[in-house]
Design a protein around this ligand. Structure first.
Ligand SMILES: [Cu+2]
Length: 677
């Protein structure tokens, strides 16, 4: 699945100063100097294995209570969390290092787990596979003698037979790249090698028979595609510059305040998201990020039935972020931000242009033409988009977080890249079973993508409840004589087990995350509603191994009580897991979630039935959801958006003369929100 070429990465040359300038906010990601310091401490641990590799080396986020108590004057603790792989002996260790004190805090072996696929394993795998006589014979049987023309693509194993489960495993797929740039269109179908990365041997080899090699696939550079007449120029100008500000990891724009970080596993993470209201920043989300993905394929062929990529936990969406290309991946007015990561050798490096942030036209924000007086009041909206793109082998995913002026926060997942291809004998469409012919001798099998977002809400404070809202017709009877009645019933979800919920079109079901202790001027509890977008139900069997591993696909909405460390919907170690960890296990103790610190987990699925129009590269498909204020304000919060850019400029100038009393710690003034009645 992964051909790892990190062209955009710049090795970080770093000299660790005697007193490294450590970041000041507790949620700041580890700096290059901190990564070096942490790697040195962990590498010096007595149990650190020969040839040990850092599968993870990141900030250990401090407990939430500490972060919420932070003031700029406070001394900030800085700890690093590492997962170390001893590949030779198939052992995994977790370590915590105090970065400031240069001290090892903990060193623990974790049994029976496999960290995500490491960068350094890709090259190792290629050599193992190409040296294997069975693989060489399979290539020759297909008339391929120049092995340099074959691209090996690497996959986490998915479901695997019990005799292999103790090994650290990878699977290798083969493609004929020839002299092409894009090789996915030419699968060498039938050939898959299972590799034990501990012993560095092919331990199982499958050849389901020769299928024709598809003809060279259409390349999609401009010379190959030809070009239509370009539309006339559309120029985006911001003569006064962008209207967002970035201070370290903190971003402010149009009353929104939040922090961002790029995490090697989750990709873009938003932290301490709040909205400024009457001079104070009111908290909405403590932390929000993609927590896991699962992409099960629906083809039962022996070489396809195991394919079920967990792109967050098995590969690392943030680690595989691709550098954003100006003017194409992002509009010309975008600001691009770098991320600093640790390589699996423990050395820091910079991923250039990992995060994009830009303003765009937001369409009509609100309007009313008053017919009687013939007056028009209308406002043009502006959006702020913060995003990253991850390329996981053939697929490219952008996760866009879109901030709106009306208090809406939207997630737009954009899917593009190349569909995973299967080589077939047929050159014309016919009965293709679990897929569609997209090109001669190429079928794209049906599959689903399930994303799970972890949304740690703190609406106006830590203690929230979740109310399910179902709308229905009023029962026929004396109270509904004209049969027009419509009611919305709101039910507080009492416990974690009760809060395993699904979308329901007949009742227009949504979920409100409310603060039971505060209410707005109208008497409503202040809250935010989760509004689902496109979604799907899974077709993988309920007792299948992949379903056990991806338990989060069983429901669209889950609510758990906040616990430190409960971060990833399929658990910390989904690679080679047999299931049972993660979200389903955290909900199993069925804790109360009424007026508690709650975390909402939203699973959104898309069922991908491929079309020829998605070949050789897919036009972007969108899937997302919205978080909209509901009683968080007592009126339209975008009423004050000025009509013109001039007014807006003046507004900014006024604001800079008289800055709001923004609270960086997101503490809310208790006297402004009334206590519950
Ligand atoms: Cu797809």
């Amino acid at each position: 699945m992964l051909s790892f070429t990190r062209l955009a990465v710049v090795p970080f040359v770093c000299v660790l100063a005697a007193s490294p300038a450590l970041a000041q906010h507790p949620l700041d990601p580890l700096s290059a100097a901190e990564i070096e310091a942490a790697a040195a401490v962990v590498s010096a641990a007595p149990g650190f294995p020969d040839g040990g590799k850092f599968a993870t080396l990141v900030l250990k986020e401090p407990p939430k209570t500490e972060v919420l108590a932070y003031t700029p004057a406070a001394t900030v603790a800085r700890q690093a969390f590492a997962i170390v792989l001893d590949r030779k002996h198939s052992r995994t260790f977790e370590a915590v290092a105090d970065v400031k004190a240069r001290r090892l805090v903990s060193w623990t072996e974790v049994k029976n787990v496999q960290p995500a696929v490491l960068d350094s394993e890709y090259d190792v795998l290629v050599h193992i596979v190409k040296a294997d006589p069975r693989w060489q014979a399979a290539m020759k049987k297909r008339g391929i003698t120049d092995f340099d023309k074959v691209q090996i693509d690497n996959w986490a194993v998915g479901q695997v037979a019990p005799q292999f489960q103790k090994m650290r495993l990878l699977r290798a797929l083969s493609y004929f790249k020839g002299d092409q740039t894009n090789f996915y269109g030419r699968p060498i179908e039938g050939v898959v090698a299972l590799v034990d990365m501990n012993s560095e041997k092919v331990v199982d080899f499958t050849d389901t028979g020769v299928r024709p090699l598809p003809p060279p696939s259409q390349e999609f550079d401009e010379k190959s595609t030809g070009t239509r007449t370009a539309p006339t120029p559309l120029v985006i100008t911001q003569p006064n510059g962008a209207s967002f500000t970035i201070a370290g990891q903190e971003i402010s724009w149009q009353k929104w305040h939040f922090r961002y970080t790029m995490h090697p596993r989750e990709g873009l993470v938003l932290q301490q998201v709040g909205y400024e209201d009457e001079g104070h920043v009111r908290p909405i989300l403590y932390r929000a990020a993609l927590s896991e993905m699962a992409v099960p394929y629906g083809d039962t062929d022996a070489n396809w039935r195991w394919r079920s990529a967990f792109d967050v936990g098995e590969y690392g969406m943030g680690r595989l972020a691709s550098s954003i290309e100006p003017n194409t991946d992002a509009p010309s007015n975008a600001t691009l931000l770098d991320a600093t990561y640790a390589g699996d050798d423990g050395k820091p490096y910079v991923l250039k242009n990992a995060v994009g942030i830009y303003e765009r036209d937001g369409g009509m924000l609100w309007k009313h033409y008053e017919s009687y007086s013939k007056t028009n009041e209308s406002r043009r909206g502006r959006d702020l988009v913060v995003f990253f793109i991850a390329t996981i082998g053939n697929y490219d995913y952008a996760i866009n977080w879109i901030f709106h002026q009306d208090g809406t926060l939207e997630v737009d997942g954009a899917l593009t890249g190349i569909m995973l291809p299967k080589g077939v004998a047929a050159a014309k469409s016919g009965t293709q079973g679990a897929g569609h012919l997209v090109s001669p001798n190429v079928v794209a099998p049906h599959h689903q993508h399930f994303f799970n977002f972890r949304l740690d809400f703190d609406v106006d404070g830590r203690l929230n409840s979740v109310n399910e809202m179902n709308t229905m017709a009023t029962p026929v009877g004396p109270t509904n004589p004209f049969l027009n009645g419509m009611v919305m019933k709101e039910t507080t979800l009492a416990t974690e087990a009760v809060a395993e919920r699904n979308i329901n079109m007949p009742t227009a079901r949504t979920w409100a995350i409310v603060n039971p202790s505060t209410h707005n001027a109208l008497g409503d509890h202040t809250g935010y509603i989760l509004v689902p977008g496109v979604n799907s139900v899974p077709y993988i069997g309920t007792t299948s191994q992949v379903r056990k591993r991806a338990g989060f696909v069983n429901h669209h909405v889950w609510v758990t009580r906040y616990r430190d460390g409960e971060m990833y919907a399929a658990g910390v170690y989904p690679n080679q897991s047999l299931g049972g960890g993660g979200l389903a296990s955290w909900a199993a103790d069925n804790e109360s979630i009424v007026n508690q610190d709650v975390v909402v987990w939203y699973t959104m699925g898309i069922t991908h039935i491929p079309r020829p129009e998605e070949w050789p590269v897919m036009p972007v498909t969108h899937v997302g959801f919205k978080l909209i204020p509901a009683g968080f304000f007592a009126r339209n919060p975008s009423l004050d958006v000025p009509k013109s850019a001039t007014e807006y400029t003046e507004y900014l100038e006024r604001r800079s003369r008289d800055p709001p009393r923004a609270s960086k710690t997101h503490r809310i003034r208790s006297d402004r929100l009334s206590p519950d009645r």
